[in-house]
Write a protein that binds this ligand. Sequence first.
Ligand code: ATP
Ligand code: MG
Length: 436
Amino acid sequence: MTNVLKAIKGMNDILPGSVPRKDKLPDSALWQWFETTVRSVLGRYGYQYLLTPIVEPTALFVRGLGEVTDIVEKEMYSFTDAMNGDQLTLRPEATAGIVRAMVEHNALYNGPLRLWTLGPMFRHERPQKGRYRQFNQLDVEALGFAGPDVDAELILMVRRLWQELGLVVGQHVRLELNSLGQPTERQAHREALIAYFEAHAEQLDEDARRRLHSNPLRILDTKNPALQALVEAAPSLMDFLGAETLGHFNAVRAALDAAGLAYRINPRLVRGMDYYNLTVFEWVTDHLGSQGTVCGGGRYDGLFEQLGGKPTPAVGFGLGIERLLLLIQELALPVPAVSPTAYAVVADPASLPQVLVTLEALRAAGIAVQMHASGGGIKAQFKKADASGAAFALVFGADELAQGMVAVKPLRDAAAAQSLKPLADVATWAHELRNA
Ligand code: ATP
Ligand code: MG
């Protein structure tokens, strides 16, 4: 086994639940259920799907105007294209690529857009539970809306998603909210912060000292317990926010209040990307240890301009799919089972042509039917039928076939009787399977 290739560290296979595995990563059925639920919920709010490339020019993420973030500083998979020398990066997040696509296609020409995508992101982090080097995000963006109405709608849409996934707000997940103000307000706060941290320079750790002039706001986000007291007493951005910013913030709050959604204002919520302004939020859980943020987002009205587009208000969020599904597993929430409606027990291999024709007719009628295709005795096949979760076994035995029939045996209802159905006329009884 020494030469067997393995996946890259921090990059995972998502497999069917029937495959035993040592880690706790979600299985593919849970994954698909999440995707189906997302499509259903987002569709109800008028969000449209898009896809953008996984590889982008490095310059899309390393912007002259941007502040130095953790992601840009040390988490990006950047490389030189060996064919032509281009500087490329595996996307660490989806928003920049979506905004690039919007500017490139002048996509907001006909008005604002609500968009979503879903797929892998790449960050060179230390792999641990809930933190990977390739992970998947649901990414949702409302582009061209100044808010605060759409800010509130976006947050409430996430609540609806939680509800449909069985997560209880307040118990399993909760909302944290903040306002990052506008660039001028942040600038004033930033200067006050730098002055404050400079005055306490001897207490800073290496990370904080490095960030002091590049991105002092990120010091507030430190995970170093030794810095907590210092950070706690730092000047608060709230005290630098003007009337207009507070008006926006209060309008978002009023909408959430009206919708009965409780939240905590967290003045230290700053987010990992530099482009946010006004509303920022995170949905957090206490059930996943230190990887507790399952969804984070906010407003980023300046990003279109940073990327060469017209000034365009925008708000969005990213949701970590692995983290969320880990949470659903951890809480043992009920997840709909995916089972075939019927399982075909094939007694005699010689009957295969008739079996296949019958099963094709059933599938044409919309019935999910799984064929036993690995031989073996009837008893073993019935065991598989049972394990598949199917509601019926279709028994293709010699006697039945001789009469042009298949036996339909209910597997989940002990009181229900077995019956014989004609092979030649599947359409007349297929609906009985579907409605059972
Ligand atoms: P964290 O503080 O946990 O590093 P972040 O602020 O870097 O999160 P965002 O850039 O806001 O994360 O991404 C949105 C969501 O994507 C996060 O809330 C989280 O659920 C998920 N996520 C981020 N990084 C990872 C990762 N390395 N592995 C798995 N999920 C991740
Ligand atoms: Mg991070």
